[in-house]
Design a protein around this ligand. Structure first.
Ligand code: DC
Length: 225
């Protein structure tokens, strides 16, 4: 039975990270969180005093990035140059930073080889915005997970509140819409679904239902591949 590359794309707040993690567990696959890589570039730029709008320097940072993923209990820890940055890359500030640095074609190009290397052996669930269209166009199982903006914003809001951030629901809706717009309209690898992706609307579904649907698709492709 072949171990595949499974690509899961979709907008912020569609439930990709929860579902990807559970799916990787269920399949016995590794998880490749490509958003974490863009977040790490934004964090490193901030630390070096580099503007997120400085495409060339951000691309240089992306090229030199030393990043590892370690499954620890239930968490997928992100290690940057030996330091655990799992929490540091998840702040609202780094969400904006990741969205800004990811708009530069030079940065995306610099991260392509890294992402492919991390997925090349198969047996991986790769999650992001362009993993099924650009990074792994030959992936044998592709999903596009989505939900209406209000549903996604409500999830983000509750997630941030649970972490102790003072957030406003209207501001979260506005933030989700502005991030969608930037992710969908940028010239380089905009967010769009692959033609051969299975589209799942997660509104009204719980993560386990979504994972179950996906697992069935992956298992049948494993058998036919
Ligand atoms: O999935 P996330 O929220 O961690 O992603 C952070 C940002 O990175 C998001 O605004 C878009 C960008 N991103 C991207 O452009 N391409 C990817 N494959 C993954 C993330």
């Amino acid at each position: 039975m072949g171990r595949l590359v499974v690509a899961i794309d979709g907008p912020a707040g569609a439930g990709k990270s929860t579902v990807s993690k559970k799916l990787a567990r269920a399949l016995g696959y590794r998880l490749l969180d490509t958003g974490a890589i863009y977040r790490a570039v934004a964090l490193e730029a901030t630390r070096q005093g580099v503007s997120w709008d400085d495409a060339r320097t951000c691309a240089a940072i992306a090229k030199g990035l030393r990043i590892d993923f370690v499954f620890e209990g239930d968490a997928n820890r992100v290690i940057l140059g030996g330091e655990d940055v799992t929490e540091a890359i998840r702040t609202p500030d780094m969400s904006q930073g990741a969205s800004r640095v990811s708009a530069h074609p030079e940065v995306r190009e610099a991260l392509l080889a890294l992402q492919r290397r991390l997925g090349e052996s198969g047996g991986v669930v790769a999650e992001g915005r362009d993993v099924g269209t650009v990074v792994f166009p030959d992936a044998k199982a592709k999903f596009f997970l989505t939900a209406p903006p209000e549903v996604r914003a409500r999830r983000r809001y509750e997630e941030l509140r649970a972490k102790g951030y003072e957030v406003d629901l209207d501001a979260t809706v506005a933030e989700v819409i502005s991030r969608d717009q930037r992710d969908e309209t940028r010239a380089a690898a905009p967010l769009k679904q692959a033609e051969d992706a299975v589209v799942i609307d997660s509104a009204g579904l719980n993560p386990d239902d979504v994972v179950h649907k996906m697992e069935q698709v992956v298992r049948s492709r494993e058998r036919s591949g």
